[in-house]
Design a protein around this ligand. Sequence first.
Ligand code: ZN
Length: 257
Amino acid sequence: MVPLPEVSLVRCRIPRRHPFLEGTSVFVRVDDVFQWTDRLEHVLEIVLAAKAAACLQVVPGLVSAQTVDGVRRLKLQHNESISINQHGYRHANHGAAVEYEFGHGRPFEVQRREIAIGQAVLRSHFHDQVFMAFSPPYGAFDVATLRACEELGFRVFSQERCHYGISTSLMDFSVNLDLLASYDPPAGRPAEELLHEWSRLSFPGALVGVLVHPELMDDCDLNALATLVDAMSSDAKVRFDTFESMWEKVAVGRSLV
Ligand SMILES: [Zn+2]
C-alpha cells in the first residue's frame, strides 16, 4: 500500500463549501464514546439544548454495557438528533511518537478484519440504528483504511487530516473546528477564539464539523462549547445535521445532477 503523503498530517481547518448543502451545515462529532460519564452526559445536554445534533463516535472494543444502554436511550428520545457511528476498533495505539490505530502501513487484511469486528459489535448492540460512518482514532489512516471501509459498506469517512488526491467512494465529512487547542496535556480554547473561528468558517454552503472530546474537557471548556453552539443556534442560516442527514442530502443532490 502507498502511504499517505505528508500533507495528510496537516490539520484540516480550511473553510469548506459543499455544492449540495444549503445555508451553513453544522455537525458535532463527539469522540471516544465508550464509558457513560457525567462529562459525556453534560456535553450531550449542552448540544441537545441548543437544538444541535450529535454524531456519537462509539469505540466498539471498549464500549460498556451502561454506555450501550445510555446511547440506546438517547437515540430513542432524540432520534433524528443522534447518529451512532464507529470510532476505530479498540482505540489501541500501535505507534510511539505518532499515535495511530489504523494506517501507517498496517496490512490491509488486518485493518479490514479489525474494522469488520468493530462493525459487527456495534450492529449487535444497536442493530439498524448504526449509520455507516467511520472515524479513525487519532485521525490516523491510510489508503488501506479507506479501501477497507469501502469494502465493508461504509458511506462516510470522518477524520481530522486532509487527504487530498485520494479517490474514494466514501463521503468526506471531516471536522474543521476543534474545541481543544492541544491534547497532551489537554487544553481548551477560549470561547472568543471559537466564535472567531466560527465566523471564518460559516458562510452560505459551508460545512462545519465541530470536534468534541468530553473526557478531555474541563468546566471552562463546557462553557465555551455552550457559547459556541448557542451562537450557531441563534443564526437563522445554520442547519444542524448528522452524518445521515448530510449523506442523504448529498446523495439526492448527486442523483439530480
Ligand atoms: Zn479517539
